[in-house]
Unconditional design. Structure first.
Length: 306
């Protein structure tokens, strides 16, 4: 059993992103004088757009002529690990990627105690926290995301790698003026991060056995008259049904905490030691019974938005 926590993420704006070597634009800037053809792409204010029809002087943001000339493709690569929404639509299956390393420094401008990364493809993640006036980092830890299984020489040379997709840490010193540097490394390969959330962790009980994992895929399968099968690959979403216990005097505060993150993507963690209980999403259901002998139980279903 472990503390069940939720972390409402703070918004990462350009002002808070102190260092990030990834490009500010995935495509050229929009030009009102250019004749665009179907499939052309542009970047405006960290958002990518693709031309649906040939057009000139139809601005992707302000144009209201029907049918639409542009499709909103969502955030640029640099910000995909922090934002996935297109209006009210959350674009699943997207991530920030780069060759070898993603190295980003965030200045939250407020106290934080936790960080979580989900959908990670990397060999290691290093988290460094520094504050002005202090020579050495106040926090500096490296976490292996890919290890060889077993301990024998055979396993070392021929065994499969055991990988972790998610990481959650809750021991960051709560300075209000700290810079947080995150280095996600995959030397010789492509590193990917689905989501990164930083914020103040709140305990909402104790996760217990009975918690279950799920995944729903949205691919469609069509069977033809002659037995042929057409598969249209689409996205997929993870879900976790957390089973949680808490003392009777925690119920009201837990309800208030969950009310505050209703329909707000947040980091939920059943146990940081069990990385598969780390998820970024929204909760669908919160069912609790009356406490007995000052012990209450509830079920919390969280669906991934990554």
């Amino acid at each position: 059993m472990s503390e069940m926590r939720v972390v409402p993420g703070i918004e990462i704006t350009p002002a808070k992103m102190i260092i990030n070597a990834l490009p500010d634009m995935d495509h050229p800037a929009y030009d009102s004088l250019k004749a665009y053809v179907i499939g052309d792409s542009v970047t405006i204010d960290r958002i990518n757009y693709q031309a649906l029809v040939a057009n000139t002087n139809r601005h992707p943001v302000t144009d209201t002529v029907a049918p639409a000339a542009w499709q909103n493709l969502g955030w640029i690569n640099k910000y995909r690990m922090f934002n996935k929404n297109i209006g009210n639509t959350w674009k699943i299956g997207t991530f920030t990627s780069a060759p070898d390393v993603i190295d980003v420094t965030i200045r939250p401008g407020q106290r934080i105690s936790a960080i979580g990364l989900v959908g990670v493809f990397a060999s290691s993640v290093r988290i460094i926290m520094t504050v002005p006036g202090v020579t050495d980092p106040v926090y500096d830890k490296t976490f292996a995301m890919s290890l060889k299984a077993g301990g024998s020489w055979y396993q070392y040379y021929f065994g499969q790698f055991v990988t972790k997709d998610n990481l959650a840490e809750f021991d960051l010193p709560p300075f209000n003026n700290a810079d947080i540097r995150v280095i996600v490394s995959a030397p010789g390969g492509t590193v990917r991060v689905g989501m990164m959330v930083i914020g103040w962790a709140k305990t909402i009980g104790t996760a217990v056995y009975g918690t279950s994992l799920g995944r729903k895929k949205y691919s469609t399968i069509k069977e033809d008259f002659d037995g042929g099968v057409t598969i249209t690959k689409r996205g997929q979403r993870r879900s976790i049904d957390f089973q949680v216990v808490l003392s009777g005097d925690q119920i009201s505060s837990t309800q208030r905490t969950l009310d505050a993150v209703d329909d707000i993507p947040s980091l939920y963690v059943g146990s940081s030691e069990l990385e598969y209980t780390v998820i970024v999403g929204i909760f669908d259901d919160f069912d609790t019974g009356l406490p007995t002998y000052n012990r209450g139980e509830y079920a919390l279903k969280v669906r991934s938005l990554m």
